[in-house]
Design a binder for this molecule. Structure first.
Ligand code: THG
Length: 296
């Protein structure tokens, strides 16, 4: 199966997600889930931490920034719009609009510049019918989560079938196959010991039989465990080997950034190992409490 390129853009930058390209890092940190201070600030209209997180992630190598405004009892569409505008004012990378609320996805699409990534739609008919027309109208790309009305199946074949259905339904709405990115659903390994192998099996089938690009929450796998960055980094490398072409992850974690750069080398996607060698030549700098800086 021929693999495809997904083109995402901001006003000034183009990012291409693809099997023949270096791995695409979607910065995860602009997300108030589990960050009480950030949630409180965003709900009160204070986006200073959002700005700092945006700048730091891009400096650390994020190609796209995920923006999530999911704060209980708050006006999510309004906060989403404000957060996106703020991020676009301090960085120039494309945006991944992350919400389960259709109105928040729509407000995000209204204010975003360029071709955004809509995160996300599921295989549920009601979601497909609400989200896919928006994706088409704004000329965006979309992440499809491989679950539907029946939930998240432990059977990789069922999750693959849902992914295939999402690609077909997108085509029905006039969205080309290359603008659908499948998320196999990365679940915590501490609670579900088979979740790693399930994801790897789905990724292989998607690469071999659908040829579309893939993404996932790279930090989900380690919830509840100590040494999360080591688990995240190792799993990302395994998933990249199985076909993963992008992830929502934290490039500020040196373990994660290093694993991704090494995987690019090992997959033959870092021509002449130029990025790797350059990063290793960089003298180690102590900056803002971070141990190491990675450059592309
Ligand atoms: N698939 C898709 N989108 C997603 C997810 C997915 N969006 C949300 C999430 N899952 C991916 N984003 C994150 C962001 C943060 C963390 C995990 C996934 C995380 N944060 C730490 C915590 O909560 O403990 C640290 C927070 C902090 O810095 O204080 O683990 O699966 N399509």
């Amino acid at each position: 199966m021929l693999s495809m390129d997904t083109v995402i853009s901001s006003k000034t930058k183009t990012v291409i997600i693809g099997w023949e390209r270096p791995f695409t890092i979607i910065g995860e940190r602009i997300n108030p889930t589990g960050r009480k201070a950030l949630a409180r600030e965003m709900a009160a209209g204070d986006f200073s931490r959002v700005a700092a997180d945006a700048i730091a992630q891009v400096a650390a190598g994020a190609h796209i920034l995920d923006v999530n405004a999911g704060i209980p009892m708050a006006d999510e569409p309004a906060i989403m719009a404000q957060a996106i505008q703020l991020v676009q004012s301090v960085t120039d990378v494309p945006i991944c609009i992350d919400s389960s609320v259709v109105a928040a996805l729509e407000r995000g699409l209204e204010v975003v510049a360029g071709k955004a990534l809509v995160n996300s739609v599921t295989g549920e008919e009601e979601r497909l019918e609400a989200v896919l027309p928006l994706v088409k109208r704004y000329g965006a790309a979309v992440i499809g989560l491989s679950h539907d009305e029946t939930g998240i199946s432990p059977d990789p074949d069922v999750r693959f079938a849902v992914a295939k259905k999402i690609v077909e339904r997108a085509l029905d709405f006039g969205i080309p196959k290359e603008d659908v990115i499948i998320d196999p659903l990365i679940m915590p390994i501490g609670a579900l010991p088979q979740s790693g192998r399930q994801v790897l099996a789905i990724l292989r089938r998607i690469h071999d039989e659908l040829g579309v690009n893939t993404t996932g929450g790279g930090s989900n796998i380690s919830f509840g465990l100590p040494g999360r960055e080591d688990i995240n980094a190792t799993f990302l490398a395994m998933a990249i080997g199985a076909g993963l072409t992008s992830a929502i992850t934290n490039p500020l974690k040196p373990e994660v950034k290093q694993a991704i750069m090494a995987a690019d080398v090992l997959m033959g996607r870092d021509e002449n190992c130029v990025a790797w060698i350059r990063a290793k030549r960089q003298p180690e700098t102590e900056g803002e409490g971070r141990r190491r800086r990675w450059r592309r």
